[in-house]
Design a protein around this ligand. Structure first.
Ligand SMILES: [Zn+2]
Length: 283
């Protein structure tokens, strides 16, 4: 029987962004996202939330936000559709520190972000990028659902190992705009799964490289399309997990959705939706 997961409303494409370090330029990036109806995830180091604000020497480009501005930005109107996620407390190479310190880096960051923003935080991006079996175990023990790496796939495959989650592309990659065009203009073929597109980077890079127009152009192309699901990383994770948790009978004729979200899939060329708590029978 032919079957594949679809995104909400039967869409074949999902788009998300993952931007790191909690810098002041996230404000401008969020404004671009909001203008185009896009959603993203911002990965933040809690150490900088311990101070109300910072003053930086003139010319400093990577300016992390203190508590006041961060709360106003991610916790206010501007950030209400976006996700805040763990990026470790002090931004070390997690693979180089002893396990108890790696553990503290994650627990502490999660605790600080949860107390500042009053939300449950379950996402993560690895600081600097490196990860190993120890760090994955530490994240799992801390209730982290997914952790974004820096190992881009340069395609639209849906992650399967979510604690080693690869993004699709870094916006500084020379292939970036081509991949954006492919995502907007292409369609998954019958051999493909639904498409997942995750763009990552740091918002201060647009100041450093003086190329905000790159992101503005990409977001305008990507936004306002009814065939794309615009979502945060945790929303996509939760959705894929809800699909994976559907209970199918062995012949695939009966399906039960034990989750709290409607789940869509293609079944023998027909688009189906199973509501939360619903049992559906196919002929
Ligand atoms: Zn970082």
């Amino acid at each position: 029987m032919m079957m594949r997961m679809l995104f909400p409303e039967g869409k074949m494409k999902a788009l998300t962004f993952s931007y790191d370090d909690g810098v002041e330029q996230d404000i401008r990036l969020m404004e671009i996202f909001n203008k185009n109806g896009l959603k993203g995830t911002f990965n933040i180091n809690g150490e900088f939330m311990e101070q109300a604000e910072f003053t930086y020497p003139e010319g400093t480009i990577g300016r992390r936000m203190g508590y006041k501005l961060a709360k106003e930005t991610y916790g206010g109107e501007l950030g209400k559709n976006h996700e805040v996620a763990v990026h470790s407390y002090t931004h070390p190479f997690l693979t180089r520190v002893p396990r108890p310190i790696a553990n503290y880096e994650i627990t502490k960051d999660r605790e600080v972000l949860e107390s500042v923003f009053g939300r449950v935080i379950r996402g993560c991006a690895y600081p600097m990028g490196p990860f190993d079996d120890m760090t994955v175990e530490v994240l799992r023990n801390n209730g982290i659902a997914y952790a974004r790496t820096t190992q881009s796939t340069i395609n639209f495959s849906i992650p399967t190992d979510w604690l080693r989650m690869p993004p699709s592309i870094y916006h500084k990659d020379p292939r970036f705009m081509d991949l954006v065009e492919n995502f907007v203009n292409g369609q998954p073929g019958i051999w493909d799964t639904a498409w997942f597109f995750c763009i990552w980077g740091h918002a201060y890079e647009f100041d450093a490289d003086n190329n905000w127009e790159l992101m503005e152009t990409a977001c305008e192309k990507l936004g306002g399309r009814d065939d794309i699901w615009y979502a945060t990383n945790i929303e996509i994770y939760d959705y894929v997990e809800a699909f994976n948790r559907l209970h199918f009978s062995v012949k695939g004729k009966v399906v039960y959705n034990p989750s709290a979200i409607p789940v869509w899939f293609e079944y023998a060329d027909v688009t189906c939706c199973v509501q939360p708590g619903e049992t559906k029978t196919f002929r």
